[in-house]
Design a protein around this ligand. Structure first.
Ligand SMILES: Nc1nc2c(c(=O)[nH]1)N[C@H]1C(S)=C(S)[C@@H](COP(=O)(O)O)O[C@H]1N2
Ligand SMILES: [Mo]
Length: 327
């Protein structure tokens, strides 16, 4: 199929023709105009009010246990950088399942996406395989809010308050066997609800999949996220449940998870399957290691447009560098 691009959409050929580059340029463009939060001017409906919070904050229908929001902020997890404006974070998303074309506002494309009920299958090398609904998970665990830096491989960044709980707590419940060395995550597979998926059925290896080493999955910074900005996750951020791994490039933080499988071999990840040289399994944020086609030394904050230094492990080196010390 000639019109379908087999690279990740951020694989940017000289033509700058891919949706991702358009998207990235849009972020840059808006940021450079100091209006990243303003929505795309040529796109009807979102309006241009910077502080218009309503569409951004509307939780996915049926998202559970709203009474648990906002959860208490854990002061241990904070950032010196100012919080990204909610509207900027909520209107500039990467969610390829919904991307139909260039510069789309994903909020307009999620209308058919049903996020409740949302059974999640936990299986593989565990003593207690289970299927739990996302709503049930929210009620099972104490939720807390953590402000994390978030760094996309395309060199944009944001600082946002995620709500959730450590993934290690869920892993404990499943009681993995000693042979479990990796966790593989998988997203929903519903092209009828996800236009981006429908349009790339033959070129992308849907559904989106990701993976972590067991020690990465168990690390206290790794979160199961069910909310953002004090509310249940809106659909475009990966409702009803996603992972956040703050020291890795954004694509590791898989959204709208339906399956977690404990396995003994390193799994492939979605973008690696498409472009192994550019998107390796580990993908820790590393300013000294340029992407084959761009520098990773700095990053642009999506609302202010400020360019700041990228930090090793996205600033979480004190906590995680030891996981990667050469033995
Ligand atoms: N299922 C799924 N998860 C995904 C993606 C995706 O396309 N599909 N994109 C990833 C990328 S590239 C980034 S940068 C982040 C973006 O998260 P946000 O839209 O909440 O900012 O989600 C990640 N998780
Ligand atoms: Mo990304």
């Amino acid at each position: 199929m000639a019109n379908i691009i087999l690279h990740p959409d951020w694989y940017i050929p000289e033509s700058f023709a891919t949706p991702e580059s358009a998207f990235l340029n849009r972020r840059r463009f808006l940021a450079s105009m100091g209006m990243a939060g303003a929505g795309l001017m040529s796109t009807a409906g979102i309006g241009c009010a910077k502080d218009e919070p309503a569409p951004a904050t509307k939780p996915a229908a049926g998202t559970a246990a709203s009474s648990k929001y906002p959860a208490k902020r854990n002061p241990q997890f904070n950032s010196k950088l100012e919080l990204t404006k909610e509207e900027a974070a909520a209107s500039l998303n990467n969610f390829y399942e919904f991307f139909p074309n260039r510069a789309a506002d994903i909020r307009k494309l999620t209308g058919k996406f049903v996020t409740s009920p949302w059974p999640i299958e936990i299986k593989g090398l565990v003593d207690k395989p289970m299927t739990v609904d996302a709503a049930e998970l929210v009620s099972m665990f104490d939720l807390e809010e953590r402000v994390y830096r978030f760094r996309c491989v395309e060199a944009w960044a944001m600082i946002v308050p995620w709500t959730g709980f450590p993934l290690s707590k869920l892993i404990e419940k499943a009681s993995p066997k000693a042979e479990a060395k990796f966790v593989r995550f998988e997203t929903f597979n519903r092209p009828d609800q996800a236009p981006g998926m429908a349009r790339t059925l033959n070129s992308y290896p849907w559904p989106y999949f990701e993976g972590l080493r067991m020690d990465e999955a168990l690390h206290p910074l790794t979160m199961v996220v069910t909310g953002i900005y004090g509310k249940p996750l809106p659909k475009q951020h990966g409702a009803p449940i996603r992972i956040i791994v703050p020291w890795k490039y954004g694509y590791k933080s898989i959204k709208s998870i339906v399956k977690m499988e404990f396995i003994d071999k390193q799994p492939k990840i979605f973008w690696e399957a498409l472009q192994p040289a550019e998107y390796p399994f580990e993908s820790n944020v590393d300013p000294s290691l340029p992407h084959p086609r761009w520098s990773q030394a700095t990053e642009r904050l999506i609302d202010s447009g400020d360019r700041v230094k990228t930090l090793p492990y996205n600033g979480y080196g004190d906590d995680v560098a030891k996981l990667y010390a050469k033995k």
